[in-house]
Ligand binder design. Sequence first.
Ligand code: DGL
Length: 285
Amino acid sequence: MAIGVFDSGVGGLTVHRELVNRFPDRDFIYFADQANAPIGGKTGEQIVDLTRGGCETLFDAGASLVVLACNTASAVALRRLQQTWIPEQKARYGRPVNVLGIIVPTIEAATGLPWTYEADLTARDDKVEAIDITGVFSTAATAISRVYEIEIDKRREDLAVFSEPCPGLAGLIELGATTEELKVVVDEHVDALRRRIGRHPDTAILGCTHYEIVADLFAGALPPGTPLIHQPTAVADALERYFARHPEYDLGSSGRRSFLTSGTAGPQSDMVNQFWGAPLAFEAI
Ligand code: DGL
């Protein structure tokens, strides 16, 4: 059995890389649904269907736990699948199976508070003196869900969240666009957010796992030293705690790695190989 990692494409590798470093003895199956990438501009129903399909592929391949290494799937599909679909899958596969997302750990890292923290909303001050701004760069579907705005606002009244949807950026990364082409798009979005807020954000969340591959471009477009919340580390920290609480999942112990795609088998782009640190080839399912 194994840990399954799902994304529409290569973006989830950013989370996957952190997970294999953190849990080297566990078995991992990565599934990139590249035949349907990018998903960030699709409807909610389409995103739910594709996420369910991705989980099925991974459970069929031997995963017990699936990590949605995708903000879009986590924001739009996770709760629906956990509530209405996962309970039946335990009986179907005859073993404990579950699906987890990446937004909860990211909110915890961004707020510095545990997910279970409940702010006293009745004691809110009308005049909060110091407001820091968190900028969230994401797909259109994640921005429309407003998950970062809603969940951060529940916990921290001194943090204002502004989302900047970057439609097209994940698709360009998926197609292996050059650094120069990607820099133009990243600069445009960082500048669009600055114009909308009236200044740059104090911290930023790269709320689409594809963007972590070009984190240097975001860091270069934002004022020097702007902290970027590192989603892969936040996810690995949260999973470490989850595994300790849930020994019922069989996550394998032979360090096996496989990389599956619904798209074309073979090597990934130079940028992805560089990010991964070695040539990476996907196997077609
Ligand atoms: N990497 C994904 C995310 O974090 C999806 C990008 C896409 O397919 O549009 O949202």
